[in-house]
Every structure is written in C-alpha cells, then in structure tokens.
Write a protein that binds this ligand. Sequence first.
Ligand SMILES: Cc1cc2nc3c(=O)[nH]c(=O)nc-3n(C[C@H](O)[C@H](O)[C@H](O)COP(=O)(O)OP(=O)(O)OC[C@H]3O[C@@H](n4cnc5c(N)ncnc54)[C@H](O)[C@@H]3O)c2cc1C
Length: 458
Amino acid sequence: MYDPLHDKTPGCGEVYPNSYWADVSGEAPQDDGIINQDIDVDVAIIGAGYTGLSCALHLAKEHGIKAHVLEANKTAWGCSGRNAGFILKSSGRKPYSTMQKQWGEEVMRDIYDEMCAGVDTVKELISQASDLGIDCQQQAAGYIKVAHKPKMLNELIALAKLQQKMFGYDVEILSQSELRQQYMDDRNAYGAIRYQDGFGLNPLKLAWGYQQLARNAGVKIHTASPVLNWQEEKNGTKNVQQTLHTPKGIVKAKKVVIATNGYTPKGFHSLVTNRTLPVLSQIIVTEPLTDEQIAACNFLTSNVVMDTRALKYYYRKLPDNRLLFGGRGAITGKSADDPYYAKRLLAVLKTSFPALTKIKYQYAWSGWICMALDDLPHIYQSHETNEQSNVFYSMGYCGSGVSFSVQAGKRLAEKVAGINSPNLPLYQKALPKFPLAPLRRVGQWGYFHYGKIKDEYF
Ligand SMILES: Cc1cc2nc3c(=O)[nH]c(=O)nc-3n(C[C@H](O)[C@H](O)[C@H](O)COP(=O)(O)OP(=O)(O)OC[C@H]3O[C@@H](n4cnc5c(N)ncnc54)[C@H](O)[C@@H]3O)c2cc1C
C-alpha cells in the first residue's frame, strides 16, 4: 500500500480500495477527467477529499472563484472515501479542558463553535445534495462514548459535566445496565455518556455529493492527475508563480491549496514537510447479523460508538445490519494489507459481543489518518512576507475530520479569497514540526506499546 513517509506519489488513477463503501455506493458520479493539456488557473487545489472539495465549493459559491481540483486517483480515494462515517462535533485530539488551561475560556468556546459549525455545514450540504437525489444513508442521531473500565466512567461523567456547564451541551449519562438494556449489550462496556447529535452516514456518497455540488457551482475536478513535481518561481510581482506538473499537463496557478492531509507524499512541499504523522486506521465490516444475533447482543442502536481506550475502538451497526468495527492498523504501508490486523479487530469485536463467535468479516481496509504534534488541525497560509504566501493548507485532523474538514475547507476558501480567519490557534498557526522527524514511526511504535499497557493495566 502507498506509504506517505516513503513514496513520492499516491499513484495515478488507482481504483478505490476494496471497501464496503466502494461496494455498496454504486457508480461514481462524473468528474472532469484527467488534465491532458497545459492550463493557467487562478486556484489549484491538490486533493479531492472533503477538505479540497469543501474549499472548492465555498470558493465558488461564496467568493466567485472557480478552482481546479487536482486528484491523483479518484474523488475521495483517500480518507474521505474510507472512513467510518461518524459525524461528530470534534476534531483533533486536544481535550477542551487542556484548551481552557492553555488559551482560556473564550478561545476554547470559539473552537467548540467552529466544531459545531462543521456539523451544521455538513447537514446543510447533505440537505442540498438530497435535492439532487444523493443519499448519504444518514442514520439515527446519537454518539455513545463507552467506558472500557469502571473508573473511566467517572472520567466520562466529569467530561459530560464540563461540556454541560461550558457549552450547555446535552449529554446523557448511562450506567452499565442502562447502556446494555437500552442500546447494546457490549460486554467490554462499563457505562457510557451519550450525545444526542452525532450520527453515522456513508462517507463515500457524502464526498460524491460534495463533488456534485462543487461541479454544479462551476468547479473542475480532475482525477488521475497527481501533482508529481512542483516548481515555485518569482514572477516579478509579490507572488510566486506556482507550477504543478501532472503526467499529461502542466498547471500554472496563482494560488495553490494543499488538501492532501494524511496522503501527502514524501517531500511534497517544504511548508508541510515533517509536520504530520500519517497513521493507519483499520476497519472491518462483518457479514449481516441475523435477527437472532441482533437479539442475542441486544443490538438496538445504530448510534455511533467509540470507547475510552488510548488505542480506541469504534463501531456502528450499518443500515443492512452489518457491524462496522475499527481501530488501529499496521504501522507501515508495506504491512497494511496483512490480514493479521483485520483478524485482531474481529477478535476484539467478539470479546464485546460473545454471541457473535461465529461471525466473519467480509470487508477489511485501512487508511492514513493525519496526526499533528499538538493534536490540533491547522488551516494555514504561509506568512505574507514569505515567498510562499500564495500556498495554503489544512491538515492534522487526527482521525476525526469528517465534519470539521468541511468547516476547514470553508475557512481555507476565505483565506484564499483574502478574508481574515478568526483569531484562533486553528487558523493562525502553522503545524508544529515533529522533533526527530525521521524517528516518527519509532515514536508511534512506542506509543502503541504504552497505550496497550495503559488500556490493560491502568
Ligand atoms: C479508517 C478511517 C476511519 C475514519 N473514521 C472517521 C470518522 O468516523 N469520523 C471522522 O470524523 N473522521 C474519520 N476519519 C478521518 C477522516 O476520514 C479524515 O479526517 C478526512 O476524510 C480528511 O479529509 P481530507 O480531504 O483532508 O483528506 P483525504 O480524504 O485523505 O484526501 C486527500 C487526497 O489527496 C490526494 N493526493 C495526495 N497526494 C496527491 C498529489 N500529489 N496529487 C494529487 N492528489 C494527491 C489523495 O489521493 C487523497 O484523495 C477516519 C479515517 C480513516 C482512515
């Protein structure tokens, strides 16, 4: 599998991974095909995931700028077509309590508002897309965060109280028996908190819906058009001429947006080099559960579920009664497709639901999430006085970007259009560099071992 820390390109026109989403979503909608001649454009956006598509859509609709999106493979070939489809009011991994200590209450609240705006924008776009006949298979609302140990329930309750007090957020507390009786009989769960407003959907269809909206607004989306080489030259004005080389055509752009997130190739651009850590997240989808199996697990809910482990597991019941179950995957691209990782997830699923001892998985795939050193996404334009001031990026959602990437794309579009972003660390600061960057994977390996011990013994 493509490995962003080793490979210079994610490929060219690669097919979708063998995922459940690729299997059930039908035909991909039309795009604008390969770049097959040299073109001059105002704005080139590299990467057709949610970030790139949202940026393009908002540029067209709100600022009258019709961008060209350059995608190496297919629309949403990266994380956006492979994720678990959890729509949550969060991104990154930085707890609100830490934000409050570090930046104060106002900044913390403003960041929370940005996360909420992400969910609102997704909902709004879904309702627009629905008019065009695109169904993202939205499921009933509810996000359950389960305590994987009795003591973790206390931490969850403290979190619920903080969110109720700070944001007036409606968070329900569920004892172990309430959870098992009313939602699902997860034997690894010791109680939970439940938010009323998270939900699950089909992530690939969501991206296709965005693509359709963007194309309707005049955006061009070029697939099978990887940027293989990037030159920056002064052209006499303040700005730098950006020249992007794709296999069949050169794109000269006044402004360039990097929307490649966890799929950013090795050495792609100095602005992002050594500032992210791509980490594999793995998903399995089981065969459909029978009515007896559903009853034996008391699986009443299709809410999205995540646990409190350092190395988290997440799951949901899909509309056709299959279970989607996810967690960490391999460390390198080379071992990504080793069935060991899917089997490991299946074994954990069976400890949660012992009635499913005979269940098999029918789909297994993984994708690169994008970790940031400070656990926060960054939407950034290189500084005005810097020669690269016409290059922009948004990345570092830390595995939680389905909803926020859309808000990030909207803010990116504002930056490209020359509008100031809110004065928040998310929008004003560059991604911090990883110290000892060549050893990032060693650090990841160490964290996995630490997490395993913490989750089991502490
Ligand atoms: C298994 C898994 C489960 C997840 N589950 C959830 C979830 O339930 N909820 C949640 O909030 N988040 C989840 N995430 C994270 C979420 O999917 C991402 O945060 C989000 O999709 C990021 O979107 P993006 O557009 O920034 O990047 P991507 O969707 O990764 O898009 C980047 C694109 O850039 C393209 N590209 C790279 N290099 C080049 C180049 N040189 N030229 C042209 N194109 C290039 C790639 O082909 C790719 O299509 C999950 C991620 C994974 C992997």
